[in-house]
Design a protein around this ligand. Structure first.
Ligand code: CAA
Length: 383
């Protein structure tokens, strides 16, 4: 077993860290306050190769692998979770088109995703009545002579207002549940496609989350991604990788909060000595350090399995479940360590706490992760 990073992984992690410190961290509080989409920062991320981290070089990616991706996401999220989630979803879209697209689709779209020509990619699966159960979706794609016409509405779409390309799931037959679902590539400026007003959210406010309305959106036959009516497994496979990204993101926010609070505790004095010298605070610090280290190992193990082409569905869900819940606890402890100061917007901890909360919800709730893990455990024991 090897715990050392290779040269490429080290390089991507350092690139992400420097970009995060230089560009993301100074703007994060303002983005949050003003609910502003970080368009310029994402363009810079594209220039650095961070929109195609695990995408082959022949399609414009940097081909650094899934472990490097996890490391980079953690660094970025230490500075700004809102920018990082837009970047994660875009990487997920670039990977899904690379994995399931034909050669024309790859050449047409993947380079534009990696280069930032599409700004970012969007992932349009969920609907008002189909969140944890996307097989209940109602959006339809109807076959015509020229291609397909899509009608319906999606909800909770990251970068809904700004994405230049969406991967969209729609029913193409009356087959029930997950069976009659196909997957399409739809340009963000397609006539008939409109994004709703960004939701007012608790956190990650620089990342616009919107509804998408598809009203007679026409796409050609070439928009179908993968096989007809085999779209659902594409969504599931994409989400396996996506969950490693969200685990890595949650970890980054938890680390940022812990590091800030640990530094504060060594400087803040009460009863004539630094509060870090009290056992109560040391136990908070010890628990967060231990839990976040475990979260990091789970995320990297899932990423490594993915990189090796081995099954990693269970491990991705374990990483997301554990990292998001432990990172939330770490942020909450960090706030407690700062006391009243932590509760004000003068310090970044309240933002970290708000930002980390959604990692227990998007890309599958904690309950769904437990369901995925539990089903796999049952399968292993032969029932
Ligand atoms: N890999 C490959 N295929 C998979 C798979 C996986 N991990 N999981 C399921 N499948 C396949 C199954 O093999 C099955 O294939 P067949 O049609 O060949 O039989 C098909 O998909 C249906 O599988 P299930 O019967 O297991 O499906 P289900 O209805 O029971 O649902 C679920 C399973 C795990 C609960 C799934 O619905 C799920 O993950 N729900 C959560 C959805 C989610 O995470 N949404 C996030 C939205 S995106 C987002 O948040 C992005 C963002 O913007 C931040």
């Amino acid at each position: 077993m090897e715990f050392e990073l290779n040269e490429t992984q080290e390089m991507i992690r350092n690139t992400a860290r420097q970009f995060a410190e230089r560009t993301l961290a100074p703007a994060a509080a303002e983005l949050d306050r003003e609910h502003r989409f970080p368009r310029a920062a994402l363009a810079e991320a594209a220039e650095l190769g961070l929109l195609g981290i695990n995408v082959p070089a022949e399609y414009g990616g940097v081909e650094a692998g899934a472990v490097a991706y996890s490391l980079a996401v953690t660094e970025l999220a230490r500075a700004c979770a809102a920018t990082t989630v837009a970047l994660c979803v875009s990487n997920m879209v670039a990977e899904v088109v690379t994995a399931f697209g034909n050669s024309d689709q790859r050449s047409e779209h993947v380079e534009k995703l990696c280069s930032g020509d599409y700004v970012v990619g969007g992932f349009a699966l969920s609907e008002a009545g189909a969140g944890s159960d996307p097989g209940g979706m109602a959006t339809r794609a109807r076959k015509t002579d020229k291609g397909w016409v899509i009608d319906g509405s999606k909800l909770w779409i990251t970068s809904g207002t700004d994405a230049g390309l969406f991967v969209v799931w729609a029913r193409t037959s009356d087959a029930p549940g997950t069976k009659g679902v196909s997957c399409f590539l739809v340009p963000g400026d397609a006539p008939g496609l409109t994004a709703g007003k960004p939701e007012e959210k608790l956190g990650q406010r620089g990342s616009p989350t919107t509804a998408l309305e598809f009203s007679g959106v026409e796409v050609g036959d070439e928009a179908l991604l993968g096989e007809l009516e085999r779209g659902f497994p594409i969504a599931m496979m994409a989400l396996d990788g996506g969950r490693v990204g969200i685990a890595s993101l949650a970890l980054g926010v938890g680390l940022a909060a812990s590091e800030f609070a640990n530094r504060y505790a060594t400087e803040r004095k009460q009863f004539g000595r630094p509060i870090a010298s009290f056992q109560a605070l040391q136990w908070y610090m010890a628990d967060s350090a231990t839990e976040l280290s475990a979260a990091r190992l789970l995320a990297l193990r899932a990423a490594w399995l993915k990189e090796q082409g081995k099954p990693f569905t269970r491990e991705a869900s374990m990483a997301k479940l554990f990292a998001s819940e432990r990172a939330f606890t770490a942020c909450n402890r960090a706030l407690q360590m700062l006391g009243g100061y932590g509760y004000t917007a003068d310090f970044p901890i309240e933002r970290y706490l708000r930002d980390v909360r959604v990692t227990m919800i998007y890309e599958g709730t904690s309950e769904i992760q437990r369901l995925v893990i539990g089903r796999d455990v049952v399968r292993q024991f032969g029932s």
